[in-house]
Ligand binder design. Structure first.
Ligand code: FSO
Ligand code: SF4
Length: 546
């Protein structure tokens, strides 16, 4: 195997025997083959779309299959192999759609090669051999290292887009325009490109991601209401319990409906914390509070949780035996031996929660504030703008992104703690657990720490930044705003590409730079966008304030 798609990649060189994330060689190899197979689907789906034909099942499968290859999503080699075989069938359906549409239009459909013509081997060993042929080192050997790194950047950005699109589609959104671009970019990756062309494709991914994030934001707020500031209890209350982790608010809603009146309390974990800000979710009295921190702490936290645990999306870690039988996965997430819920019937989760002891007594009554998305922040835009104009609010710091296990991530805690009192911190995604339970006080009546939500809510940060730029009649780069991002997996890659597509400069990124960005590409990003690595909290803070 060879995998260097996430920040924790082994020694910054790529995982080659087993993933630091726990992904084994067979799963990694089959995921590479799945991406190859999906490119074949897109070759036909893109051409069909050019003739005006699309198929919702082909699109949905494309998104589901790509999502399965993200870090910390699907660790089950058998399930990934099933997706590979299904991909070949879906590719054939896309081929039939293209050929049929072309015939009706009186056009001669061309014969496609590459992934479009690939056939899966019947035996597992032969299938794995096919997968090894798609491994990244094999791709490097067959081509130019610089362009292969950039192809991977585009693929990883698309993986992030697929995650967001999956959640939007789970909320009932259809995304025809976005899906057309996904197929177009994937189909394009079956051809050779120059460095400039691939950088153009990367920007296209950034643009696509903006549209998908906007759609996801719309789907969430139309369904559950506009998030408003809410106090979230940090400690349990007595009673049976279910813990919900991951990002899928639709799954959480279904579980809340199915547990109403059963005497089971529902707790959010990790990226589910922002759920408490949505009016239609917080209306459920048994949405009792938040438990634990970011995904990296789940093994100890799930171990101690006296109820059932539902992982609705990334990030899952190898489960301990102590809680494996009361852990459930849903949607794209799978772990061998862990019970998977195929749809949204959570009866098995509820039964496990009723069987578990639950909490015997209430914990301390301590809470934090969430729900400061673009609706809430822009609702007090006048106050914010007046505070900036009066010099009372000097600068905004967006300190956000994913958490990870590397020690260098204490940088983000230190940075947040050292941000001057006359500045406001905007945060989002799971990296915030490094500081979100601290009291940062208020500034002119506003909390100094504004939690915008999940990484899936990155649109909120963009919307706030562009609205402030509009109010001050300047560009986003001219605002008193500093962006310091922590990256871990491919959704962060998609967000970074969106920021670059928007022309946002001076972003700091850490704790380490992506291994798939070669020195030459980093130089281009530094020159064009002044993208830079984080250094120390003191030095970076001095530079940002200077
Ligand atoms: Fe974190 Fe995981 Fe939300 Fe990521 S839980 S690391 S960027 O999947 O998605 O922030
Ligand atoms: Fe390694 Fe990350 Fe790939 Fe897992 S996803 S195998 S940790 S690079």
């Amino acid at each position: 195997m060879f995998c260097y798609q996430c920040e924790q990649t082994s020694q910054g060189q790529g995982c080659q025997t087993i993933g630091v994330c726990g992904k084994d060689e067979n799963t990694a190899t089959l995921q590479d083959l799945l991406i190859h197979a999906v490119k074949g689907i897109s070759q036909y789906a893109h051409r069909a779309r050019q003739l005006g034909a699309a198929d919702a099942e082909i699109d949905a499968f494309t998104i589901e299959a790509i999502f399965a290859t993200l870090t910390n999503v699907n660790f089950d080699a058998d399930k990934v192999a099933e997706l590979v075989y299904k991909a070949a069938k879906v590719r054939d359906a896309a081929c039939a759609l293209y050929n049929g549409t072309a015939a009706k239009a009186g056009i001669v459909a061309g014969t496609l090669s590459g992934p479009a013509a690939w056939q899966p081997a019947l035996e597992r060993d032969a299938l794995l051999a096919q997968g090894r042929g798609q491994l990244i080192p094999a791709a490097f050997l067959a081509g130019n290292k610089e362009t292969k790194n950039l192809e991977e950047l585009v693929v990883y950005g698309l993986k992030g887009v697929a995650a967001y699109a999956y959640h939007a589609m789970a909320m009932g959104s259809s995304a025809p325009a976005s899906l057309a671009t996904v197929h177009e970019i994937l189909a394009s990756l079956t051809e050779l490109h120059t460095v400039e062309e691939l950088l153009g494709l990367a920007m296209k991914v950034g643009e696509l991601n903006y549209a998908v994030l906007e759609q996801l934001d719309g789907a969430h707020t139309e369904t559950f209401g506009v998030p408003t500031p809410a106090q979230v209890r940090l400690h349990p209350v007595a009673g049976k319990a279910i813990l919900v982790s991951g990002h899928d608010l639709h799954d959480l809603y279904q579980l809340l409906v199915q547990t109403e009146g059963l005497g089971i309390n529902i707790y959010t974990h990790g990226e589910m914390l922002p759920a408490h800000g949505y009016p239609k979710l917080k209306a459920f009295k048994h949405l009792a509070g938040n438990y634990g921190g970011a995904w990296i702490d789940q093994a100890d936290e799930f171990d101690k949780f006296p109820g059932a645990v539902l992982m609705t999306s990334n990030c899952i870690q190898q489960p301990k035996l102590s809680y494996k039988a009361r852990l459930f996965t849903a949607g794209p997430v799978e772990w061998p031996g862990v019970q998977h819920i195929a749809g949204t019937d959570f009866a098995a989760v509820i039964a496990a929660a009723l069987e578990a002891p639950g909490y015997a007594e209430d914990g301390p009554d301590e809470s934090i504030t969430v729900g400061c998305g673009h609706g809430a922040v822009l609702g007090v835009a006048g106050t914010v703008i007046d505070a900036v104009k009066a010099g009372a609010l000097k600068r905004f710091f967006l300190i956000g992104g994913c958490d990870g296990a590397r020690s260098g991530r204490s940088y983000y805690t230190e940075l947040a703690e050292k941000v001057p009192q006359d500045c406001v911190i905007l945060t989002l995604a799971c990296g915030k657990y490094r500081f979100n339970k601290q009291d940062f006080g208020t500034l002119g009546g506003l909390p100094r720490l504004l939690d915008l939500g999940q990484c899936n809510d990155a649109y909120s940060a963009l919307k706030i930044a562009t609205a402030l730029a509009g109010a001050f009649d300047c560009g986003v780069n001219d605002l008193p705003l500093s962006l310091v991002l922590s990256w871990y997996e491919q959704k962060a890659v998609a967000i970074l590409l969106t920021l670059l597509w928007l022309g946002i400069r001076n972003i700091r990124i850490g704790p380490t730079l992506p291994a798939f960005l070669s020195p030459a590409v980093l130089e281009i990003l530094h020159t064009n966008y002044n993208l830079m690595p984080t250094t120390t909290a003191d030095a970076d803070l001095a530079a940002m304030l200077g």
